[in-house]
Ligand binder design. Structure first.
Ligand code: ADP
Ligand code: ZN
Length: 611
């Protein structure tokens, strides 16, 4: 097991090491120190010294005799000798007037023993312990003092006002409506208390990344004019068991003190994962979650602390979090539709200087599937491009170019591509465009380019639907597949070869054909059967097969057949229109980028006989 995950084990190891060191010190070092102070001597030496009158003190024990002898300089040296049966010894010692009986020879100062035996080793251990933990703490991310258990070092982000309102959030009308009630509650909680209504303690904002969940939470706080506490779920997960729980306690006590207020927990799935009771589960995370549940139950909803949390993995959350009295409201925050995208673009465009006659609708149509954050980025890129080209306001071309920058990366102006390869790329792209244009159910071609991009794309064909599409029909899916295979088909037809340039097309075609078979029920061999389930739909949507291995083999076969048919269709379309293919490819080679209109103009006019 990872040491980070099991701090208890670590403690045990350190404590055992310290105890071992302590025992070693006491059993080996201490006696050696004592030995150094007392020299061994034989009995005759003792008797000689007694007779010579050099002996100072004598201490007679059961088995040994300890004595001190003054040397020439007057310093005392302690000796020890075995005790021999010697009845005369006492009287002999007595004769020597100077001998002191039974004095403590070994300098047996209890204080010194205590210091040497316990205090110094313990101090030593503490120093070593601290050094070890400091270095571990640093490795684990600056955990200053490892000994401060149960005390949170949470830097809780409090901002009196977020400065955001619902006007800053474009689209997302359903989410705003659901949150408006919470705003009203924070404005005058008494109204609700009078009737005896309990408002939701928490609401869960669910949706893909970058759709404005954080922004919505900030807007709620801004609209209600209350403080906004924000913390990310991952900040609760600490090295030591109990630290996360302490942070949760801290957060809630701070929030209760500042009520009414909003507490926003981002990425709540990091702590709110289902507790599955596995052996060796993550204690820290579970404790943190338990603490969160307890706190949510414990605080008085009427005081006006509202907890908003965001996640893009709702399916992995613990059901206990979702029960009434906790996050009982679930507010979907989906990717914006056409109108939503246009609205987001407009909201962000307010901050920049625009030329006249900007067509935001065109940009919104070209960005199907983009999130709010990506759209905000497009506007910013456009502004940057305007500055770069020395203009004082953003125009349509800036916006169009920045759409491509966000989709495919920057242009690689100095990429050196041989003429031969350029030709292949041009035919490939025109292959896509031509197959698309010659089919009934495909979106119109918007733009074709063979300028390489930093994403690695050597060229691409952009198709933009007239309106927003919510459904995908079987005919559309099949045309899409044919279009995807169009690039490779052109390479085969014209150059009698195939290149790696089609790898992305192949990936997309496979994905689509697979979905048709396993999820959309669009194949001839399977009926309406879900052969695959999508596990996290907001994050790429990994699918897992739910069928027997035989069926899986059949699926592969079916997918292959569908793609094969599409490929054959694309080849047929291109060979029927080979003159247009040549003409358009040469035009593209010449211009590098052509618009949908230019493309359609050439496609529509009478064929010029090839030279
Ligand atoms: P999430 O929390 O859902 O991952 P954020 O709220 O952090 O996304 O959004 C990131 C940024 O994207 C915001 O700061 C904002 O600039 C922009 N954004 C996203 N959605 C919207 C929207 N609906 N309206 C305006 N801006 C948006
Ligand atoms: Zn292609």
């Amino acid at each position: 097991m990872n040491e980070e995950k099991n701090p208890r084990k670590q403690y045990a190891i350190y404590i055992v090491i310290c105890l071992l060191l302590l025992m070693f010190f006491n059993s080996m070092i201490m006696p050696m120190l004592n030995k150094a102070a007392i020299k061994d001597a034989d009995y005759s030496f003792f008797l000689d010294q007694v007779d010579e009158g050099n002996v100072g003190k004598v201490q007679i024990e059961d088995t040994e005799i300890k004595f001190t002898v003054k040397d020439a300089d007057g310093r005392e040296q302690a000796y020890s000798t075995a005790r021999i049966y010697d009845p005369d010894l006492v009287s002999r010692l007595h004769e020597q007037k100077e001998v002191e009986f039974a004095g403590s020879i070994q300098e047996q100062s209890p204080l010194r023993d205590f210091l040497l035996g316990w205090i110094i080793p313990i101090l030593f251990m503490v120093v070593v312990w601290n050094l070890i933990f400091k270095s571990i703490g640093k490795r684990m991310g600056g955990l200053g003092n490892a000994m401060s258990f149960g005390k949170s070092n949470a830097k809780i982000y409090v901002k009196a006002q977020t400065g955001k309102t619902f006007d800053d959030v474009a689209g997302q009308d359903e989410a705003k409506e659901a949150l408006a009630e919470i705003v009203d509650f924070l404005h005058n909680p008494d109204k609700y208390a009078e009737i005896g209504a309990d408002l939701p303690k928490g609401a869960l904002l669910v949706g893909p990344p970058g759709t404005g969940k954080t922004l919505l939470a900030q807007a709620v706080a801004g609209e209600a004019e209350v403080p906004f506490f924000s913390i990310s779920g991952s900040e609760f997960v600490e090295m030591f068991v109990g630290m996360g729980a302490a942070k949760v306690r801290d957060l809630f006590s701070q929030a209760t003190a500042k009520a009414p207020c909003i507490v926003f927990i981002d990425e709540i799935d990091t702590i709110g994962k289902k507790r599955d009771g596995q052996i060796g589960g993550n204690d820290e995370r579970e404790q943190t979650l338990n603490q969160l549940l307890t706190e949510m139950d414990g605080f008085d909803g009427k005081k006006g602390v509202v907890i908003l949390a965001a996640t893009n993995r709702p399916e992995s959350l613990d059901p206990a979090l979702l029960r009434p009295g906790r996050f009982d409201r679930r507010i979907p925050v989906e990717l914006p539709d056409l109108a939503g995208r246009e609205a987001v673009l407009k909201v962000h465009a307010k901050k920049i200087k625009l030329s006249e006659n900007i067509d935001f609708n065109a940009i919104a149509r070209a960005t199907a599937g983009a999130s709010g954050a990506e759209l905000a980025n497009i506007i910013n890129e456009a502004a940057l491009r305007a500055v770069r080209s020395g203009r004082s306001s953003v125009d349509q071309s800036d916006l169009e170019e920045s759409v491509e920058v966000v989709i495919a990366g920057y242009q690689r102006k100095n990429a050196v591509i041989s003429q031969k390869e350029k030709e292949i790329i041009a035919y490939h792209e025109i292959g896509h465009a031509l197959v698309a244009a010659k089919q009934k159910y495909s979106a119109p071609v918007h733009k074709i380019t063979i300028i390489p991009r930093t994403s690695g794309a050597l060229g691409y064909t952009m198709q933009v639907d007239e309106d927003e599409k919510f459904l995908l029909s079987k005919e559309e899916a099949l045309s899409k597949l044919a279009t995807l295979t169009g690039g490779r088909s052109a390479e085969e037809l014209i150059f009698n070869t195939c290149t790696s340039g089609a790898s992305n097309d192949i990936e997309k075609a496979t994905q689509l054909a697979r979905a048709m078979v396993t999820r959309y029920g669009m194949s001839s061999s399977f009926d309406m059967i879900a052969l695959e389930t999508v596990s996290n739909k907001y994050l790429g949507g990994d699918a897992s097969l739910a069928c027997s291995p035989e069926t899986a083999a059949k699926i592969d076969e079916e997918v292959n057949n569908i793609v094969k048919k599409a490929h054959a269709k694309a080849l047929q379309i291109l060979s029927e229109n080979s003159e247009k293919l040549h003409e358009l490819a040469h035009f593209l080679l010449d211009k590098e980028t052509i618009t949908g209109e230019e493309f359609m103009a050439i496609l529509g006019k009478e064929t010029v006989p090839a030279v």
